[in-house]
Design a protein around this ligand. Structure first.
Ligand code: BTN
Length: 271
């Protein structure tokens, strides 16, 4: 069987996994509506911290801002992680940043590709989207909050398998390297990093996490456009701060902080 078509099994993923929490319990499905939806159900039922839900395909994979997440069956990583950590009110943006940073760091280590993050939740290679993170908050039956961190990573997708309108802006590990990857190896590598950054969050070592995120930023120091609910703001990206907000220096020299929104356009994209 070719690597690109290989089925995922929980025992293979657990083999060689050195985490204490993340991915210690794994559920794998052939097809689900959305792994985030299933993880929410499992979380409400009481699934432990670090439970991972994986699927080969999703009927209704969701992205941020009501967008769809497309992936041909068996080509990608479609995952949702249950995280039982109570965040402070000003920290709601941090899990998505931790997720994107973990994915970028893991991909760099595994493939040597120049993976970078685009605030708040994208992983890019050569300015094209490889991965996105969607974090949602839910409450269990004891009214305890938990997070569902969903992430999609395009592993073995070929360019023509992306929807036409995404073919100029999306990429996969296979598109970038010309070779197929073991999804198991990619998942294990991401889980190792996720545990590292999740521990930073739990232990209050936010500065370490943010420093790593800024090191891996695709846009820091360059001119960007930030899309908010109301308008587009242009300015220089001055980095992510301790709350996970993006700092932008506007044309008047004032630094403005964004806690929600997304970077939609970068200097790099204009060339
Ligand atoms: C984004 O870039 O807008 C976030 C995309 C998140 C997609 C993943 S795929 C697995 C998980 N299940 C979903 O329905 N969405 C996330």
């Amino acid at each position: 069987m070719t690597l690109a078509a290989k089925k995922l099994t929980a025992s293979e993923i657990r083999d060689g996994l050195r985490t204490q929490t993340v991915g210690r319990k794994i559920e794998i499905h052939k097809e689900v509506e959305s792994t985030n939806d299933l993880a929410r159900i499992r979380g409400v039922e009481g699934a432990p911290d670090g439970t991972l839900i994986l699927a080969d395909s999703q009927i209704a994979g969701r992205g941020r801002h009501g967008r769809r997440w497309h992936a041909p069956p068996g080509s990608s990583i479609l995952a949702s992680l249950i995280l039982r950590h109570r965040l402070l009110a000003n920290q709601i943006g941090l899990p998505s940043i931790a997720g994107a940073t973990a994915i970028a760091a893991a991909i760099r280590k595994l493939t040597n590709l120049d993976a970078a993050i685009r605030w708040p939740n994208d992983v890019l290679i050569r300015g094209k989207k490889l991965s996105g993170v969607l974090t949602e908050l839910e409450y269990d039956q004891e009214r305890q909050p938990f997070l569902v961190m969903g992430f999609g990573v395009n592993v073995n997708t070929i360019l023509t398998e992306f929807p036409q309108e995404l073919q100029a802006s999306a990429t996969s590990l296979r598109v970038e390297t010309g070779t197929a990857f073991s999804r198991v190896a990619v998942i294990q590598s991401i889980l190792h990093r996720l545990e590292e950054y999740y521990l930073h969050l739990k232990n209050g070592e936010v500065a370490t996490l943010i420093a790593r995120a800024n090191t891996l930023s695709a846009t820091i120091g360059s001119e960007v456009q930030v899309q908010t609910a109301f308008k587009i703001i242009e300015g220089k990206d001055e980095g992510i701060d301790q709350d996970g907000g993006l700092l932008i220096r506007d044309e008047h020299g004032c630094v403005r902080k964004f806690l929600v929104g997304e970077v939609i356009h970068t200097e790099e994209c204009r060339s």
